[in-house]
Write a protein that binds this ligand. Structure first.
Ligand SMILES: *Cc1c(COP(=O)(O)O)cnc(C)c1O
Length: 369
């Protein structure tokens, strides 16, 4: 795609009178691929927010929140659901509601719960976390079985397993459902609680065609984000049995997450979950386009096997640095994030089109070409 010419009004500076126009070469539109959290509410979404019926949700009086919780619980065929402000709170409320201090939790080493929730499992719940190294985010049933400690006076009690689907740090990878079912069997055998961080479960559903209810069925507790690919400004939902959700209710209050006339934002979540699931297929196609384009360019080592949904993580080859590339990209109006020291992550979403991704590739090409 060719460069665009913009006539841009310039502020009055030395030598230029007010009202002058400057011809600027280059496209001005910022293409923000940092995360699928950067989307802004659409006009339709703002409209439903403006007209939302509200009440005091701490009294259980907000009809829009109740509607959202019932809608999401039905979608996942779980007994009950609870609206919470963030995905981090969603995971932490689930862990705390279902655990006792000193229990051991098995997690993939790269998971969000461990890397991006500020030591939440130990601070909030006193959990010992056993970090399991995996290739694509899946902890196999065999590994779970072998990680369970003997029940004796010396050992912590291995009591919980948490999985993340899709897996952010592994590149938006989808966990194999058959293997999840096998982990469920081990959980049944050893009386373990099974948690799903399903911040991006929507993407796994759209990419595999497996119904959301089926993806969630093996888990005792599930957290999902409305503010990632679905495009709501705020909000997550936790799900499980009615008894579990009533415990979560108490934990949410403890975390300071009881909100009042919150139907005003729950309305955006309801709009998002009602309208924006199927279109995630476009984000997946756009991520693939981006990955294939980047794979053609010298600095980027792209593992195409990991490009399964809306995330593209590229490794930077020697001779280039993450900082330098990100800086040049930023100067050309293109945003992405560093992932550890040698990787860059791009995420496609509701607010970037196929044309934007093509434009992003041509801007990167002109930086590195
Ligand atoms: C974004 C995300 C969360 C929640 O993060 P918040 O910043 O609290 O919204 C949880 N798990 C995963 C895998 C995520 O990507």
């Amino acid at each position: 795609m060719g460069r665009l010419f913009f006539l841009t009004p310039v502020p009055p500076v030395a030598g230029l009178a007010r009202g002058n126009y400057l011809l600027i070469l280059g496209s001005m539109k910022t293409i923000d691929l940092r995360s699928d959290t950067v989307t802004r509410p659409s006009p339709e979404m703002r409209q439903v927010m403006m007209t939302a019926e509200v009440g005091d949700d701490v009294f259980g009086d907000d009809p829009t929140v109740i509607k959202l919780e019932e809608y999401v619980a039905a979608l996942f065929e779980k007994e009950a659901a609870l609206y919470v402000p963030s995905g981090t709170m969603a995971n932490q409320v689930c862990l705390r509601a279902n655990s006792q201090p000193g229990w051991e939790l098995l997690c993939d080493r790269e998971c969000h719960i461990v890397n991006y929730e500020v030591a939440g499992p130990v601070v909030h719940s006193g959990l010992l976390v056993n970090l399991i190294t995996t290739e694509y985010g899946m902890i196999s049933a065999e590994v779970v079985r072998h990680s369970i400690r003997p029940k004796n006076v010396h050992c912590p009690l291995t009591k919980m397993v948490a999985l993340e689907n899709t897996h952010n740090h592994h590149g938006g990878t989808i966990l194999p459902h058959d293997e999840i079912l096998r982990v469920r069997q081990v959980c049944d055998e050893f009386d373990l609680i099974f948690h799903l961080d399903g911040a991006r479960i929507w993407n796994a559903h759209v990419a595999t065609g497996i119904p959301l209810a089926e993806l969630a069925a093996p888990f005792d507790s599930v957290s999902v984000c409305l503010s990632k690919g679905l495009g709501a400004p705020i909000g997550s939902v936790v799900m499980g049995s009615a008894e579990f959700i009533s415990k979560c209710h108490r934990q949410r209050k403890l975390f300071g997450g009881g909100m009042r006339q919150v139907g005003i934002i729950a309305a955006a979540g309801l709009h998002a979950v009602s309208n924006n699931i199927a279109r995630l297929a476009e984000d997946h196609a756009n991520a693939r386009l981006l990955a294939e384009g980047l794979a053609q360019m010298a600095p980027f080592d792209v593992d195409m096997a990991r490009v399964q949904t809306n995330i593209v993580i590229v490794k930077i080859r020697p001779g280039w640095t993450v900082e330098n590339l990100l800086e040049k990209m930023k100067a050309s109006g293109l945003l992405a994030v560093p992932f550890w020291s040698e990787k860059i992550r791009f995420v496609t979403h509701l607010d970037v089109s196929r044309e934007d991704c093509q434009e992003a590739l041509s801007r990167i090409e002109s930086i590195v070409g």
